[in-house]
Ligand binder design. Structure first.
Ligand code: COA
Ligand code: MG
Length: 305
């Protein structure tokens, strides 16, 4: 049974920054990942990898899920990343984030390699995988990628690299403003559908302008409306914004609970469609809010526990 994690926000922490790694331990966020990829300069790759192993092994993070983003499979670093992480972190590593996958074979390769390394290390619990959909090849095969491994937990839409891959003239990561409409509507929609078909989370990527909460919120909201369950943060100030957008609003949850209760009573009376607060509800209305209620329950259970 796959672990169901909260991922309203995933905080990226550069593995080469001991300062940010120390700070990250104290941050309350659903999920954080230590980055070995694009936030780390090539001449700091080995040091960042060693920092990541030490941090995951030795630190008690407030975040319930701790992940590491490895380098992509075309680099000379990815093999050492995976080997060192599984050997050195043991069962403290929850998830590996794989950037720039190009097709299902990349996911399968990581799956098989993790299985070998876990067996060698004697680990009982499989390490999960999240992949970045950030190349045109990946979007083209997103349905196959999403079905490639039982370890897969989430698809992340990485709009920074994606824009480059499609030849979009975007300079600021995550910005969409002068497009007449939503520049990433199509891409997010495909990622959301492929994720959903396979029971995965769809997570929205970074927004670089961390001093602009309004635009961050707008982008998160666009993703949320398409069925995404979370967004990356590159700075701690973005965490609360993501949590606000991806936490069901208490008033809507209360209304949904009242509606479900009223409908259960209606069914007892043998009525399948009733008037609730002046509007028709039927079984579809109740089904439509079940997931929101379940999500609210999970968040409440997390805060209580
Ligand atoms: N994780 C953990 N701590 C972070 C952080 C992060 N991603 N970003 C900032 N902080 C810390 C800073 O170290 C600082 O700590 P302090 O209060 O102990 O001094 C505090 O939060 C406030 O940071 P601030 O001074 O506003 O920002 P900065 O100039 O230090 O850093 C960035 C700005 C963009 C360089 C930094 O946020 C960063 O590197 N983000 C991650 C980038 C990344 O991972 N990119 C790859 C994925 S897209
Ligand atoms: Mg990228």
């Amino acid at each position: 049974m796959k672990t169901k994690r909260l991922r309203r926000c995933e905080l990226s922490v550069p593995g080469s920054s001991e300062k940010m790694l120390a700070k990250a331990a104290t941050v309350a966020v659903d999920h954080l990942f230590i980055d070995l990829e694009d936030a780390v300069a090539p001449n700091r790759k080995d040091a960042a990898r060693a920092n990541a192993v030490a941090a995951v092994h030795d630190t008690t993070f407030r975040a319930p899920t701790v992940a590491v983003r490895i380098n992509d499979l075309t680099t000379p670093w990815a093999l050492d990343d995976m080997t060192a992480l599984v050997e050195g972190c043991g069962d403290r590593l929850d998830v590996i984030v794989v950037p720039k996958v190009l097709g299902p074979e990349d996911v399968l390769f990581v799956d098989r390699l993790l299985a070998m390394l876990e067996r060698r290390r004697g680990l009982a619990r499989p390490i999960g995988i999240e992949v970045l959909i950030e190349e045109i090849q990946a979007l083209d095969k997103v349905e196959q990628i999403a079905a490639a491994s039982p370890r897969l937990e989430a698809l992340i839409f990485g709009m920074g690299d994606y824009a480059r891959s499609q030849g979009m003239p975007v300079t600021d990561v995550g910005e969409t403003d002068d497009y007449p409409g939503d520049l990433y509507h199509y891409h997010r929609n495909r990622v959301a559908i492929a994720a959903r078909l396979n029971g995965l989370d769809a997570i929205d990527g970074p927004f670089a302008d961390f001093r602009n909460p309004h635009k961050y919120r707008d982008e998160a909201r666009r993703a949320a409306l398409l069925g995404f369950t979370g967004k990356w943060a590159i700075h701690p100030s973005q965490i609360a914004l993501a949590e606000e957008i991806f936490t069901p609003e208490p008033a809507r949850v209360a209304k949904a609970r009242a509606m479900a209760a009223a409908y259960a009573e209606a069914l007892e009376r043998g009525e399948g469609a009733i008037s609730f607060e002046g509007k028709m509800i039927d079984v579809a209305s109740v089904k439509a809010v079940e997931e929101m209620i379940a999500m609210a329950d999970r968040i409440e259970a997390r805060s209580a526990g």
